[in-house]
Structure formats: structure tokens, C-alpha cells
Design a protein. Structure first.
Length: 262
């Protein structure tokens, strides 16, 4: 009996351990919600028509944020409607004019807290942009980047000014340099995924994890207080906010913008 009891107790401990380390959680419907970033990346059907959802993607809870035809669901930061410098072109969201319009970023109408975001982007030579999140829209801020962390999107090889490692393509801008550099050549589409699961943030570029960090950790706080963001007291302050596409006065194409709330 002692041996049987020992086996039963040991089995329960193992099961509890596995349950605690399984990267899923229960949704309201009782279904498991996947939170593992690479698993979420693998849910995207990259063979389907641009700006559309496959039946599998729909069943897993993905939603389209850009329909490929209109700018519905988006508006200019601290503005009514969409700025004239943005346009829908070739089924993509892109910058219509270039040079000095970086304050006219696009943001989602809706705010998000815990989510996976999948985006495809294509760069022109020397282009600079970014995908921001947890952006607070408030007239006291001039730029979306004053509050929202950024997944850097840039042709750093042709950018005219020197850049730190934390400013190149795939970085968490001015915070974390990418661990790998899997970006594709100019003229090719890059697949970006951002997973925000509570304070844990993962950035994936072309199937490779390039950045992982925990917001409010000692490391994150030290970086936030020692660099560029020391001049922006509300950077990273908000745990829920808009998603933003940055206009840095250069041309970038965005498509297949999809989100899954976790």
C-alpha cells in the first residue's frame, strides 16, 4: 500500500508540474488558449490570400485589423480620421507622402491588453517605421512613441545615421537589441509577430524569436531609466492601449495585419 500511495502522490506531482508549465490557459468558453509565441506564429496560414483569414485561423480566434481595401478601424494619433499622408495602395497600408510626417502615425480604434499581433511589412531603401503597442492617446502627448514600446522596422543597412544595436530591424527600439538578424532583403515581405502576455513580451521576425523581455523587471526598469526613455516619463507606463503603425517620413508597406486576443 505504501508503494501504491507513493506512486499515486508522485504521479499527481508530475501532473501538477506539467499543468503549471503548459503554455495554455482556459478561455471563457472553456477552450485552451495558446500563449506560446512560436505556436501562435505557426497558426498563421501564409499561403492564403492577403488580408484574409483561413477557416483554421478563424477557429483559433484570429481577427483581421486591415481589410486590404479601406482604413476602417484606424485613425491618426490624436486626430479624427486618417491623415492624408496614409493610403491604401496595392492592398497595403502605406505612406502616401514622405519627408517630415512622422507625427502622423496610425493607431487602431480599439485598445488591446493581452494579444498576439501578426503583420507583414516590406521596406523601401533607407525606410524607417515601427509597430508600437500599449499606446495611450491623449492630447498631452505629441507622439505615439512617448508611451508605446516599439517593434523596430527599418532598413538599417541603408539608414544614413549611425545606429545602436537596439535601433536596428527587429529590436525593441532603444531598449533591447535583437538576438538574431533574420530579416529579408529589400523587396521581400517580412513576417512580424508580437506577443504580449501580461508583462511578458516576445518579438518574432520571420519565425525567429529576436527579443524577449519582462516588463517592469529589474533589467527592463534599468534600461528604461538609463537611455532615451528617461526623457519620456510615461514610456511603458500603460498595460493596455492602441496599436500603432509609425510614419517616419519614409515608405513602408503593411499588410496581413491580424490580431488574436489572449
Amino acid at each position: 500500500m505504501k508503494n501504491i500511495s507513493y506512486i499515486l502522490i508522485s504521479s499527481l506531482i508530475v501532473l501538477q508540474f506539467l499543468a503549471c508549465n503548459n503554455k495554455t490557459k482556459q478561455g471563457v468558453s472553456g477552450q485552451d488558449i495558446v500563449t506560446d509565441p512560436l505556436t501562435l506564429y505557426g497558426e498563421i496560414d501564409r499561403s492564403s490570400e492577403p488580408n484574409s483569414l483561413s477557416e483554421v485561423e478563424k477557429s483559433k480566434g484570429w481577427q483581421i485589423l486591415f481589410d486590404g481595401k479601406t482604413s476602417n478601424g484606424w485613425h491618426g494619433y490624436n486626430q479624427q480620421g486618417v491623415p492624408d499622408c496614409w493610403a491604401v495602395e496595392d492592398n497595403c497600408l502605406t505612406m502616401k507622402s514622405v519627408g517630415g510626417n512622422e507625427e502622423q502615425d496610425l493607431i487602431t480604434d480599439k485598445e488591446y491588453k493581452k494579444f498576439a499581433l501578426s503583420v507583414e511589412y516590406k521596406l523601401t531603401k533607407g525606410a524607417n517605421s515601427g509597430v508600437l503597442f500599449q499606446v495611450k492617446e491623449d492630447p498631452k502627448y505629441t507622439f505615439a512613441y512617448e508611451t508605446g514600446p516599439e517593434f523596430q522596422v527599418i532598413d538599417h543597412q541603408d539608414w544614413p545615421d549611425p545606429l545602436e544595436d537596439s535601433q536596428i530591424n527587429g529590436a525593441n527600439y532603444a531598449m533591447y537589441a535583437p538576438m538574431e538578424k533574420p530579416y529579408k532583403p529589400l523587396g521581400e515581405w517580412n513576417q512580424l509577430m508580437l506577443v504580449v502576455d501580461g508583462n511578458d513580451v516576445t518579438q518574432i521576425l520571420n519565425g525567429v524569436v529576436v527579443v524577449k523581455y519582462t516588463k517592469y523587471s529589474d533589467e527592463w526598469t534599468a534600461l528604461r531609466n538609463s537611455g532615451k526613455w528617461s526623457d519620456f516619463p510615461d514610456y511603458g507606463k500603460y498595460d493596455e492601449g492602441h496599436i500603432s503603425l509609425q510614419n517616419h517620413g519614409t515608405k513602408v508597406w503593411y499588410r496581413n495585419i491580424m490580431i488574436k486576443e489572449l
